[in-house]
Design a protein around this ligand. Structure first.
Ligand code: ADP
Ligand code: MG
Length: 235
């Protein structure tokens, strides 16, 4: 089995004045290549912190973070950014599209940053990714005129820019109505079928219907990391 994400004894503690605040208790978590995992828990339980540790956006206070065979705890800032661009596609609750760039330019941005795709191919590739999320007719539009669901589809296309094997999404449907949210979950499911390892953080119980495995966090602790669901019940 290929563990694409391997967290060994990670924890996160913040120092506030003279007090130590434990946000993640020491934990191990492995995710295999090709899995679709949801990380589920109440607001403030530590979901974003865990996801940000996986991507190297945040550092852990102890433990080792091995992602796609690289121990990212040892990477310096610049190397870490370059590594993240090639290995991880990120999707956020508030889309984080650049308002002054067109839809197509937003999708091309990570390609320009990583330079793994030849300059001549970037525009064609961005169009193909826009096709994948069903928005070819919007390539020259600016994000402001798009609906929330359309913005998130553009952000998902952008997360695929460098063909990273892992997609990490933090509350990707947190700002969408439930019908649009279901379309977004279905799109992640489709990407997972096509081979991406997908990890979605959410406090929406709906994610559990799409993911193969749900990791539940309470107060910074993994309380269950259920395997594949059976029928409509969770075992
Ligand atoms: P979730 O994504 O599940 O809502 P977070 O990972 O964002 O949870 O936060 C977990 C806990 O860590 C929260 O109680 C939050 O207040 C705390 N926290 C996050 N960032 C900091 C920080 N920089 N300093 C102190 N506490 C923090
Ligand atoms: Mg969060």
């Amino acid at each position: 089995m290929n563990n694409i994400i391997n967290l060994q004894g990670i924890s996160k503690t913040y120092k506030s004045e003279s007090r130590l605040i434990s946000v993640l208790k020491p934990m191990d978590l492995t995710i295999q290549s090709g899995e679709f995992v949801s990380i589920f828990g109440k607001s403030g339980s530590g979901k974003s912190t865990l996801l940000n540790i996986m991507s190297g956006i945040d550092s852990c206070s102890s433990g080792r973070v091995i992602v796609n065979s690289t121990d990212i705890s040892h990477l310096k800032a610049g190397a870490l950014d370059a590594w993240r661009g090639r290995n991880i596609g990120l999707v956020f609750q508030f889309f984080q599209l650049i308002p002054t760039l067109t839809v197509l330019e937003n999708i091309m941005l990570p390609m320009d940053f990583c330079k793994t795709i030849a300059a001549k191919q970037r525009r064609t590739r961005a169009r193909a990714l826009l096709g994948k999320v069903g928005l070819v007719d919007k390539e020259n539009k600016f994000p402001a005129i798009l609906s929330g669901g359309e913005k998130q589809r553009v952000a998902i296309a952008r997360s695929l820019a460098n063909d990273a094997p892992i997609i990490l999404a933090d509350e990707p449907t947190g700002n969408l109505d439930s019908k649009t949210a279901m379309r977004i979950f279905a799109l992640f499911e489709e990407l997972n079928r096509q081979g991406k390892t997908v990890i979605i953080v959410s406090h929406d119980p709906c994610t559990r219907d799409y993911a193969q495995r749900t990791v539940t966090i309470t107060d910074g602790e993994i309380v269950s990391a259920l395997p594949v669901r059976e029928g409509n019940s969770y075992v």
